[in-house]
Design a protein around this ligand. Structure first.
Ligand SMILES: *Cc1c(COP(=O)(O)O)cnc(C)c1O
Length: 408
């Protein structure tokens, strides 16, 4: 199937804007994607027609909003091929999902156990594990990377011991775009009886995810990086593990019975969903999933990879650019680079591009340990979504050439 770019772009009202008197070129999709009409309209319709609290009322609107929210749970289950609806937990996002897990998993770990993460992790897949390690006396170990930004898998295998309890790795690096060999990592971790969390924040809008085929224990992502709303995320967990975990927060919705002496918890998934959720956001996540499914993840991946190849080739044709993880054989969505000019910061480039209407990310991308490893304070990151075009990339390259002239 050919991608109907004109139609796809017409679904995103924000793309018709000008920024600094230039047509907006949005290449900060790894930070958040733009939202298509079906998502925007569904949120509006929800508030105008059925706004009410879920799982509580016998009244009609409450029942309707409950049905709609649970329909999203079902859609997510299908989207990632989970076995059961109740293995899908609504969260506020990837960060919230990892914090939930790193807190709720306490009954499954003991003092002296080990957690393995990687050099490529986002801060949200580092800090919650440091918290857990501090609370429970666990040890945090880090998989190193090679010069292509790829995980050193033989080093990973050496880190595994009989004390390894949790392996927490991102699927795709938000700073470099490198796709990790999670199948291999999951297999090796399971051989050591360890649980695996995959941070799928960067993968979910680019790749087909099948949690059963992956045999992954936990998989987390954010709706806002897959054309959906902010403040919404998903934690997938295997039923038998979720059952053994303790609740993350206490409050309404998550209980069976409360007395002042003792409280019993609700069944899955509600045990992990205390309080009123982002109902509108949870409901419209379904529209974002449908948007992706209508195009097809295979088509999306193929098209985006062609754009990524195009950027990489064009950057290579310029002199004076360092591209990170340039020779990695498996990359998706992200190109990270710097201009080879002394004493400039990646944000200097970002400001000049912004004047041309081009939105890129600069700085450390919430991955300071990785930046330290690369020996830089930050990079310029261009990240693609399904609506980006080759013409936009040509303008990006013009903008970079201009930045080289201005900063030289
Ligand atoms: C964006 C991102 C996160 C954090 O997601 P939030 O939506 O900000 O919670 C975590 N990990 C990776 C790889 C990301 O790209």
């Amino acid at each position: 199937m050919e991608i109907d770019l004109k139609y796809i772009r017409s679904q995103f009202p924000i793309l018709t804007q000008t920024v600094n008197q230039k047509p907006l070129i949005y290449l900060d999709n790894a930070a958040t994607t733009q939202k298509p009409f079906p998502v925007l309209e569904a949120e509006d319709i929800y508030y105008k027609t059925i706004n009410s609290n879920v799982h509580r009322g016998v009244h009609t609107l409450s029942q309707l909003s409950t049905i709609e929210m649970e329909a999203t749970r079902g859609a997510v289950k299908e989207f990632i091929n989970a076995k059961k609806d109740y293995e899908i937990i609504f969260t506020k996002g990837t960060t919230d999902g990892i914090n939930l897990l790193a807190s709720s998993i306490e009954p499954l770990v003991n003092k002296g156990d080990e957690i393995i993460i990687s050099t490529l992790e986002h801060h949200s897949n580092i800090v919650p594990w440091q918290f857990l390690a501090e609370r429970k006396g666990l040890i945090l170990k880090v998989i190193p990377i090679d010069e292509n930004g790829e995980l050193l898998l033989n080093e990973f295998e050496k880190l595994i011991t009989e004390k390894t309890k949790i392996v927490a790795i991102n699927h795709i690096s938000n700073a470099l775009g490198v796709v990790n060999s999670i199948e291999h990592i999951i297999k090796k971790a399971h051989e050591a009886q360890a649980f695996v969390l995959i941070d799928g924040a960067q993968a979910i809008s680019h790749k087909k995810i099948d949690v059963q085929k992956l045999n992954v224990d936990f998989y987390v992502f954010s709706a806002h990086k897959m054309y959906g709303p902010t403040g919404v995320g998903i934690l997938y967990g295997k039923e038998k593990l979720l059952e053994r975990m303790k609740p993350y927060q206490g409050g309404g919705e998550m209980i069976k019975e409360v007395t002042f002496e003792k409280t019993t918890y609700a069944d899955l998934p509600f045990k992990f969903e205390a309080g009123t959720p982002n109902i509108a956001g949870n409901i419209v996540l379904k529209k974002a999933i449908e948007f992706i499914q209508n195009i097809g993840l295979e088509n999306i991946e193929k098209y985006e990879n062609s754009i990524l190849k195009y950027i990489t080739k064009k950057l290579e044709e310029l002199d004076g650019i360092t591209t990170y993880a340039k020779n990695s054989t498996s990359k998706t969505g992200v190109v990270s680079f710097n201009l080879d000019i002394n004493n400039i910061h990646s944000s200097d480039v970002g400001f000049i591009l912004d004047k041309q209407g081009i939105a890129v990310r600069t700085g450390h991308h919430c991955a300071q340990p990785l930046m330290r490893h690369l020996g830089v304070t930050g990079t310029v990151r261009a990240s693609v979504a399904i609506y980006n075009t080759k013409e936009e990339i040509d303008l990006l390259i013009e903008g970079i050439t201009l930045a080289q002239k201005m900063l030289q």
